[in-house]
Design a binder for this molecule. Structure first.
Ligand code: ADP
Ligand code: ASP
Ligand code: MG
Length: 403
Protein backbone atom coordinates (compact mmCIF):
# COMPACT_ATOMS: atom_id res chain seq x y z
CA UNK A 1 0.00 0.00 0.00
CA UNK A 2 1.03 3.61 -0.49
CA UNK A 3 0.42 5.45 2.76
CA UNK A 4 0.85 9.11 3.69
CA UNK A 5 1.57 9.46 7.43
CA UNK A 6 1.45 12.98 8.87
CA UNK A 7 2.77 13.83 12.33
CA UNK A 8 2.01 17.13 14.07
CA UNK A 9 4.31 19.28 16.19
CA UNK A 10 3.73 17.60 19.55
CA UNK A 11 4.38 14.19 18.00
CA UNK A 12 7.92 15.19 16.95
CA UNK A 13 8.65 17.66 19.77
CA UNK A 14 11.93 16.11 20.98
CA UNK A 15 14.37 13.28 20.27
CA UNK A 16 12.33 10.75 22.22
CA UNK A 17 9.16 11.61 20.33
CA UNK A 18 11.01 11.54 17.03
CA UNK A 19 12.16 8.00 17.74
CA UNK A 20 8.69 7.00 18.92
CA UNK A 21 7.32 8.15 15.56
CA UNK A 22 10.27 6.71 13.64
CA UNK A 23 9.56 3.28 15.15
CA UNK A 24 5.96 3.48 14.00
CA UNK A 25 7.10 4.40 10.53
CA UNK A 26 9.59 1.51 10.46
CA UNK A 27 6.86 -0.95 11.52
CA UNK A 28 4.71 0.14 8.60
CA UNK A 29 7.67 0.10 6.19
CA UNK A 30 8.60 -3.44 7.25
CA UNK A 31 5.07 -4.55 6.37
CA UNK A 32 5.97 -3.67 2.80
CA UNK A 33 4.21 -0.31 2.55
CA UNK A 34 5.51 2.57 0.48
CA UNK A 35 5.60 5.56 2.79
CA UNK A 36 5.42 9.30 2.48
CA UNK A 37 5.87 10.98 5.85
CA UNK A 38 4.75 14.60 6.25
CA UNK A 39 5.95 16.53 9.29
CA UNK A 40 5.17 19.74 11.14
CA UNK A 41 7.73 21.85 12.96
CA UNK A 42 8.73 20.51 16.38
CA UNK A 43 6.56 21.56 19.35
CA UNK A 44 6.11 25.34 19.53
CA UNK A 45 8.80 26.09 16.95
CA UNK A 46 6.47 28.00 14.62
CA UNK A 47 5.26 30.25 17.46
CA UNK A 48 8.83 30.83 18.57
CA UNK A 49 9.89 31.80 15.07
CA UNK A 50 7.01 34.28 14.90
CA UNK A 51 8.19 35.79 18.19
CA UNK A 52 11.70 36.09 16.84
CA UNK A 53 10.42 37.91 13.79
CA UNK A 54 8.40 40.27 15.99
CA UNK A 55 11.51 41.18 17.96
CA UNK A 56 13.17 42.30 14.75
CA UNK A 57 10.27 43.80 12.83
CA UNK A 58 6.61 43.47 13.83
CA UNK A 59 5.63 44.61 10.33
CA UNK A 60 7.88 42.14 8.54
CA UNK A 61 6.81 41.30 5.01
CA UNK A 62 4.93 38.06 4.62
CA UNK A 63 7.51 36.82 2.16
CA UNK A 64 10.28 37.02 4.73
CA UNK A 65 8.03 35.53 7.42
CA UNK A 66 7.42 32.53 5.17
CA UNK A 67 11.13 32.20 4.55
CA UNK A 68 11.61 32.03 8.33
CA UNK A 69 8.62 29.88 9.32
CA UNK A 70 9.35 27.25 6.70
CA UNK A 71 12.63 26.44 8.45
CA UNK A 72 10.76 24.76 11.32
CA UNK A 73 9.46 21.98 9.09
CA UNK A 74 12.83 21.65 7.39
CA UNK A 75 14.47 20.85 10.73
CA UNK A 76 11.89 18.18 11.48
CA UNK A 77 12.27 16.31 8.21
CA UNK A 78 16.06 16.23 8.35
CA UNK A 79 16.00 14.99 11.96
CA UNK A 80 13.41 12.33 11.11
CA UNK A 81 15.40 11.06 8.12
CA UNK A 82 18.43 10.82 10.42
CA UNK A 83 16.41 8.86 12.99
CA UNK A 84 15.08 6.46 10.34
CA UNK A 85 18.56 5.91 8.95
CA UNK A 86 19.78 5.18 12.47
CA UNK A 87 17.05 2.54 12.77
CA UNK A 88 18.44 0.96 9.64
CA UNK A 89 15.89 1.95 7.02
CA UNK A 90 16.54 4.08 3.94
CA UNK A 91 14.99 7.54 4.13
CA UNK A 92 15.36 10.86 2.41
CA UNK A 93 14.04 14.27 3.44
CA UNK A 94 12.70 16.74 0.89
CA UNK A 95 11.40 20.28 1.17
CA UNK A 96 8.62 21.76 -0.96
CA UNK A 97 11.00 23.03 -3.58
CA UNK A 98 12.80 19.71 -3.92
CA UNK A 99 9.64 17.71 -4.41
CA UNK A 100 7.78 20.40 -6.32
CA UNK A 101 4.81 21.42 -4.17
CA UNK A 102 3.70 24.38 -6.25
CA UNK A 103 1.46 26.98 -4.64
CA UNK A 104 -0.06 30.39 -5.21
CA UNK A 105 1.98 33.42 -4.14
CA UNK A 106 -0.31 34.42 -1.26
CA UNK A 107 2.35 34.39 1.43
CA UNK A 108 1.21 33.03 4.82
CA UNK A 109 -1.94 31.61 3.25
CA UNK A 110 -0.89 30.01 -0.02
CA UNK A 111 -2.90 27.31 -1.76
CA UNK A 112 -1.37 24.23 -3.34
CA UNK A 113 -1.86 24.34 -7.12
CA UNK A 114 0.01 21.25 -8.19
CA UNK A 115 2.54 18.71 -7.01
CA UNK A 116 5.26 17.32 -9.26
CA UNK A 117 5.54 13.61 -8.58
CA UNK A 118 8.76 12.64 -10.39
CA UNK A 119 11.18 13.08 -7.52
CA UNK A 120 8.87 11.48 -4.97
CA UNK A 121 8.17 8.51 -7.24
CA UNK A 122 11.86 8.08 -7.93
CA UNK A 123 12.65 7.98 -4.22
CA UNK A 124 9.81 5.57 -3.53
CA UNK A 125 10.99 3.29 -6.33
CA UNK A 126 14.42 3.32 -4.72
CA UNK A 127 12.68 1.96 -1.58
CA UNK A 128 13.24 5.17 0.35
CA UNK A 129 10.85 6.47 2.96
CA UNK A 130 10.20 9.98 1.71
CA UNK A 131 9.99 12.55 4.50
CA UNK A 132 8.43 15.79 3.29
CA UNK A 133 8.02 19.21 4.91
CA UNK A 134 4.40 20.05 5.66
CA UNK A 135 3.03 23.61 5.63
CA UNK A 136 5.21 24.88 2.78
CA UNK A 137 5.02 25.39 -0.93
CA UNK A 138 6.97 27.15 -3.63
CA UNK A 139 5.48 29.73 -5.97
CA UNK A 140 6.22 30.41 -9.63
CA UNK A 141 9.01 32.84 -8.66
CA UNK A 142 10.69 30.05 -6.69
CA UNK A 143 9.79 31.83 -3.46
CA UNK A 144 8.91 29.75 -0.41
CA UNK A 145 5.31 30.10 0.78
CA UNK A 146 3.41 28.73 3.76
CA UNK A 147 -0.12 27.36 3.68
CA UNK A 148 -1.60 28.93 6.82
CA UNK A 149 -1.36 27.79 10.45
CA UNK A 150 -2.10 24.09 10.75
CA UNK A 151 -1.39 23.68 7.04
CA UNK A 152 0.68 20.48 7.31
CA UNK A 153 -2.56 18.49 7.28
CA UNK A 154 -3.30 20.02 3.90
CA UNK A 155 0.15 19.13 2.59
CA UNK A 156 -0.46 15.53 3.63
CA UNK A 157 -3.89 15.23 2.06
CA UNK A 158 -2.75 16.97 -1.13
CA UNK A 159 0.11 14.48 -1.48
CA UNK A 160 -2.27 11.58 -0.81
CA UNK A 161 -4.68 12.88 -3.45
CA UNK A 162 -2.04 13.56 -6.08
CA UNK A 163 -0.23 10.24 -5.61
CA UNK A 164 -3.45 8.30 -5.26
CA UNK A 165 -2.40 6.93 -1.87
CA UNK A 166 -4.42 4.10 -0.35
CA UNK A 167 -4.58 5.88 3.00
CA UNK A 168 -3.75 9.20 4.64
CA UNK A 169 -3.11 8.93 8.38
CA UNK A 170 -3.05 12.12 10.45
CA UNK A 171 -1.23 11.39 13.72
CA UNK A 172 -1.74 13.96 16.44
CA UNK A 173 -1.85 14.46 20.22
CA UNK A 174 -5.46 13.28 20.65
CA UNK A 175 -6.70 9.85 19.59
CA UNK A 176 -9.28 11.02 17.09
CA UNK A 177 -11.95 13.58 16.34
CA UNK A 178 -14.17 14.26 19.34
CA UNK A 179 -17.62 15.79 19.61
CA UNK A 180 -15.81 18.87 20.91
CA UNK A 181 -12.26 19.87 21.85
CA UNK A 182 -11.49 17.33 24.61
CA UNK A 183 -9.25 19.89 26.29
CA UNK A 184 -12.23 22.20 26.81
CA UNK A 185 -15.22 19.86 27.09
CA UNK A 186 -14.47 17.00 29.46
CA UNK A 187 -17.52 15.00 28.43
CA UNK A 188 -16.54 15.10 24.73
CA UNK A 189 -16.78 11.70 23.04
CA UNK A 190 -14.56 10.24 20.39
CA UNK A 191 -16.31 9.66 17.06
CA UNK A 192 -15.46 6.49 15.17
CA UNK A 193 -16.62 8.07 11.90
CA UNK A 194 -17.44 11.60 10.78
CA UNK A 195 -18.65 12.79 7.36
CA UNK A 196 -16.50 15.11 5.25
CA UNK A 197 -19.12 17.84 5.41
CA UNK A 198 -19.49 17.86 9.19
CA UNK A 199 -15.71 17.66 9.63
CA UNK A 200 -15.24 20.51 7.22
CA UNK A 201 -17.66 22.68 9.20
CA UNK A 202 -16.04 21.77 12.53
CA UNK A 203 -12.56 22.50 11.16
CA UNK A 204 -13.66 25.76 9.56
CA UNK A 205 -15.30 26.83 12.81
CA UNK A 206 -12.16 26.37 14.88
CA UNK A 207 -11.65 22.65 15.63
CA UNK A 208 -7.98 22.67 14.75
CA UNK A 209 -7.59 18.89 14.88
CA UNK A 210 -7.67 19.12 11.06
CA UNK A 211 -6.83 22.10 8.85
CA UNK A 212 -10.07 22.96 7.07
CA UNK A 213 -8.53 22.93 3.61
CA UNK A 214 -7.25 19.40 4.20
CA UNK A 215 -10.84 18.26 4.66
CA UNK A 216 -11.96 20.15 1.57
CA UNK A 217 -9.30 18.33 -0.46
CA UNK A 218 -10.05 14.96 1.12
CA UNK A 219 -13.70 15.35 0.11
CA UNK A 220 -12.90 16.53 -3.39
CA UNK A 221 -10.52 13.65 -4.12
CA UNK A 222 -12.18 11.07 -1.89
CA UNK A 223 -9.05 10.51 0.18
CA UNK A 224 -9.23 7.76 2.81
CA UNK A 225 -8.50 9.85 5.87
CA UNK A 226 -8.00 8.75 9.45
CA UNK A 227 -7.12 10.84 12.51
CA UNK A 228 -5.32 9.01 15.31
CA UNK A 229 -2.82 9.36 18.13
CA UNK A 230 0.93 9.07 17.65
CA UNK A 231 1.25 7.84 21.24
CA UNK A 232 -1.30 5.01 21.41
CA UNK A 233 -2.54 2.24 19.17
CA UNK A 234 -6.20 3.18 19.61
CA UNK A 235 -8.30 3.18 16.50
CA UNK A 236 -8.78 6.71 15.35
CA UNK A 237 -11.61 8.50 13.58
CA UNK A 238 -12.37 7.79 9.95
CA UNK A 239 -13.34 10.85 7.92
CA UNK A 240 -15.41 9.85 4.89
CA UNK A 241 -18.51 10.43 2.83
CA UNK A 242 -21.51 9.66 4.98
CA UNK A 243 -24.99 8.74 3.87
CA UNK A 244 -27.87 11.05 4.69
CA UNK A 245 -29.35 8.32 6.87
CA UNK A 246 -26.50 8.51 9.33
CA UNK A 247 -26.72 12.25 9.79
CA UNK A 248 -26.95 13.25 13.42
CA UNK A 249 -28.80 16.30 14.64
CA UNK A 250 -25.65 17.79 16.15
CA UNK A 251 -22.25 16.14 15.54
CA UNK A 252 -20.03 18.51 17.34
CA UNK A 253 -19.32 21.77 19.11
CA UNK A 254 -16.44 23.96 17.92
CA UNK A 255 -14.74 26.78 19.75
CA UNK A 256 -12.69 29.46 18.01
CA UNK A 257 -10.88 31.92 20.25
CA UNK A 258 -8.84 33.47 17.46
CA UNK A 259 -11.52 35.91 16.40
CA UNK A 260 -12.07 39.65 16.81
CA UNK A 261 -15.09 41.85 16.29
CA UNK A 262 -15.06 45.16 14.46
CA UNK A 263 -17.94 47.66 14.48
CA UNK A 264 -18.06 50.46 11.94
CA UNK A 265 -20.41 53.10 13.38
CA UNK A 266 -22.68 55.72 11.85
CA UNK A 267 -22.29 54.81 8.23
CA UNK A 268 -24.59 56.47 5.71
CA UNK A 269 -27.75 54.38 5.32
CA UNK A 270 -27.66 54.13 1.52
CA UNK A 271 -26.98 51.50 -1.16
CA UNK A 272 -23.39 50.48 -1.79
CA UNK A 273 -21.98 50.94 1.71
CA UNK A 274 -21.69 47.26 2.61
CA UNK A 275 -20.24 46.61 -0.84
CA UNK A 276 -17.63 49.33 -0.28
CA UNK A 277 -16.50 47.99 3.10
CA UNK A 278 -16.32 44.34 2.21
CA UNK A 279 -14.80 44.78 -1.22
CA UNK A 280 -11.95 46.84 0.24
CA UNK A 281 -11.32 44.13 2.83
CA UNK A 282 -11.55 41.34 0.27
CA UNK A 283 -9.12 43.11 -2.05
CA UNK A 284 -6.65 43.06 0.83
CA UNK A 285 -7.33 39.36 1.45
CA UNK A 286 -9.02 39.88 4.82
CA UNK A 287 -11.79 37.29 5.23
CA UNK A 288 -14.87 38.34 7.08
CA UNK A 289 -17.10 35.99 8.99
CA UNK A 290 -20.28 36.85 10.91
CA UNK A 291 -21.81 40.11 9.69
CA UNK A 292 -24.47 42.12 11.48
CA UNK A 293 -26.08 45.34 10.26
CA UNK A 294 -28.17 47.47 12.56
CA UNK A 295 -31.54 48.89 11.53
CA UNK A 296 -31.00 52.34 10.05
CA UNK A 297 -31.76 55.34 12.24
CA UNK A 298 -31.55 59.03 11.29
CA UNK A 299 -30.04 58.01 7.94
CA UNK A 300 -27.16 56.16 9.55
CA UNK A 301 -26.44 52.54 10.36
CA UNK A 302 -23.73 50.41 11.99
CA UNK A 303 -22.13 47.35 10.46
CA UNK A 304 -20.22 44.93 12.65
CA UNK A 305 -18.39 41.80 11.64
CA UNK A 306 -15.78 39.33 12.82
CA UNK A 307 -12.35 38.61 11.37
CA UNK A 308 -9.57 36.21 12.36
CA UNK A 309 -7.64 37.72 15.28
CA UNK A 310 -4.49 37.73 13.17
CA UNK A 311 -6.21 39.96 10.58
CA UNK A 312 -7.51 42.55 13.06
CA UNK A 313 -4.73 45.12 12.72
CA UNK A 314 -4.69 44.83 8.97
CA UNK A 315 -8.48 45.29 8.81
CA UNK A 316 -8.40 48.34 11.11
CA UNK A 317 -5.62 49.89 9.05
CA UNK A 318 -7.50 49.40 5.80
CA UNK A 319 -10.72 50.85 7.22
CA UNK A 320 -8.84 53.82 8.68
CA UNK A 321 -7.17 54.52 5.33
CA UNK A 322 -10.59 54.54 3.67
CA UNK A 323 -12.39 56.67 6.27
CA UNK A 324 -13.19 59.47 3.84
CA UNK A 325 -14.65 57.17 1.25
CA UNK A 326 -16.70 55.12 3.72
CA UNK A 327 -17.85 58.10 5.78
CA UNK A 328 -18.24 56.51 9.22
CA UNK A 329 -17.84 58.29 12.56
CA UNK A 330 -15.82 55.72 14.48
CA UNK A 331 -14.60 52.14 14.58
CA UNK A 332 -14.77 49.94 17.67
CA UNK A 333 -13.06 46.62 18.09
CA UNK A 334 -13.00 43.81 20.61
CA UNK A 335 -10.50 40.99 20.78
CA UNK A 336 -11.92 39.36 23.89
CA UNK A 337 -14.50 37.39 21.96
CA UNK A 338 -14.86 33.77 20.89
CA UNK A 339 -17.10 31.90 18.51
CA UNK A 340 -18.93 28.82 19.71
CA UNK A 341 -20.68 26.74 17.06
CA UNK A 342 -22.77 23.61 16.78
CA UNK A 343 -22.50 21.53 13.63
CA UNK A 344 -24.78 18.77 12.35
CA UNK A 345 -26.13 17.48 9.08
CA UNK A 346 -29.55 16.82 10.60
CA UNK A 347 -30.08 20.40 11.68
CA UNK A 348 -31.59 21.59 8.43
CA UNK A 349 -34.71 19.49 8.91
CA UNK A 350 -35.21 20.11 12.62
CA UNK A 351 -36.95 23.17 13.97
CA UNK A 352 -36.02 24.53 17.37
CA UNK A 353 -32.31 23.70 17.37
CA UNK A 354 -31.34 27.35 17.58
CA UNK A 355 -33.80 27.95 20.40
CA UNK A 356 -32.35 25.03 22.37
CA UNK A 357 -28.85 26.36 21.91
CA UNK A 358 -29.85 29.83 23.10
CA UNK A 359 -31.66 28.28 26.07
CA UNK A 360 -28.50 26.43 27.12
CA UNK A 361 -26.57 29.70 27.01
CA UNK A 362 -29.32 31.60 28.84
CA UNK A 363 -29.29 28.99 31.62
CA UNK A 364 -25.59 29.69 32.07
CA UNK A 365 -26.20 33.45 32.06
CA UNK A 366 -24.07 33.87 28.93
CA UNK A 367 -24.76 36.86 26.72
CA UNK A 368 -24.79 36.37 22.94
CA UNK A 369 -23.14 39.16 20.94
CA UNK A 370 -23.75 37.92 17.40
CA UNK A 371 -25.48 34.98 15.74
CA UNK A 372 -25.00 33.30 12.39
CA UNK A 373 -26.77 30.25 10.98
CA UNK A 374 -26.59 27.99 7.96
CA UNK A 375 -28.23 24.68 7.06
CA UNK A 376 -25.75 22.67 9.07
CA UNK A 377 -24.39 25.01 11.73
CA UNK A 378 -25.27 27.70 14.23
CA UNK A 379 -22.56 30.02 15.55
CA UNK A 380 -22.71 32.53 18.37
CA UNK A 381 -20.16 35.11 19.37
CA UNK A 382 -19.64 35.38 23.13
CA UNK A 383 -17.09 36.94 25.49
CA UNK A 384 -13.87 34.96 25.41
CA UNK A 385 -14.09 34.40 29.14
CA UNK A 386 -17.45 32.65 28.66
CA UNK A 387 -16.33 30.47 25.73
CA UNK A 388 -15.41 27.27 27.58
CA UNK A 389 -18.53 27.42 29.72
CA UNK A 390 -20.64 28.04 26.65
CA UNK A 391 -19.10 25.06 24.82
CA UNK A 392 -19.71 22.80 27.80
CA UNK A 393 -23.31 23.96 28.22
CA UNK A 394 -24.16 23.51 24.57
CA UNK A 395 -22.37 20.15 24.42
CA UNK A 396 -24.31 18.99 27.46
CA UNK A 397 -27.59 20.02 25.87
CA UNK A 398 -27.15 18.37 22.48
CA UNK A 399 -24.59 15.63 22.70
CA UNK A 400 -23.93 14.40 26.21
CA UNK A 401 -27.61 13.91 26.89
CA UNK A 402 -28.09 11.92 23.69
CA UNK A 403 -25.63 9.27 24.71
P1 ADP B 1 -1.02 18.78 15.47
O1 ADP B 1 0.14 19.53 16.02
O2 ADP B 1 -0.86 17.30 15.60
O3 ADP B 1 -1.39 19.20 14.09
P2 ADP B 1 -3.16 20.39 16.56
O4 ADP B 1 -2.82 21.07 17.84
O5 ADP B 1 -3.12 21.17 15.32
O6 ADP B 1 -2.23 19.09 16.44
O7 ADP B 1 -4.60 19.70 16.67
C1 ADP B 1 -4.89 18.83 17.73
C2 ADP B 1 -5.68 19.55 18.78
O8 ADP B 1 -6.96 19.90 18.28
C3 ADP B 1 -6.01 18.73 20.02
O9 ADP B 1 -4.96 18.78 20.95
C4 ADP B 1 -7.30 19.38 20.54
O10 ADP B 1 -7.07 20.23 21.63
C5 ADP B 1 -7.80 20.21 19.38
N1 ADP B 1 -9.19 19.96 19.01
C6 ADP B 1 -10.12 20.93 18.78
N2 ADP B 1 -11.30 20.41 18.49
C7 ADP B 1 -11.15 19.06 18.50
C8 ADP B 1 -12.04 17.96 18.28
N3 ADP B 1 -13.33 18.15 17.94
N4 ADP B 1 -11.55 16.70 18.39
C9 ADP B 1 -10.26 16.50 18.71
N5 ADP B 1 -9.37 17.50 18.94
C10 ADP B 1 -9.80 18.77 18.85
N1 ASP C 1 3.98 24.32 11.89
C1 ASP C 1 2.80 24.94 11.34
C2 ASP C 1 1.95 25.54 12.45
O1 ASP C 1 2.33 25.48 13.61
C3 ASP C 1 1.99 24.02 10.48
C4 ASP C 1 1.38 22.83 11.17
O2 ASP C 1 1.76 22.48 12.30
O3 ASP C 1 0.49 22.21 10.58
O4 ASP C 1 0.93 26.11 12.18
MG1 MG D 1 -2.47 20.84 13.36
Amino acid sequence: MLIVMKFGGTSVANAERIFNVANRIVDSYRKGNKLIVVLSAQGDTTDELIEKANEINPDASKRELDMLLSTGEQQSVALMAMALQKLGVPAVSLNAQQCGIFSTSTHSNARIKNIATERISKELDAKNIVVITGFQGVDRNDDITTLGRGGSDTSAVALAAKLNADLCEIYTDVDGVYTSDPRIVKSARKLSVIGYDEMLELASLGAKVLHNRSVELAKKYNVNLVVRSSLTNDEGTIVKEESALEKMLVNGVAVDKDVARIAVCNLKDEPGIAFAIFSILAKNKVSVDIILQSIGRKNTKDISFTVAAGDLNEALKILEENKQRLGYSEILHDEEVAKVSIVGGGMATNAGVAASMFEALYNEGINIKMISTSEIKISVLVSEKDADRAANAVHEKFIFNEK
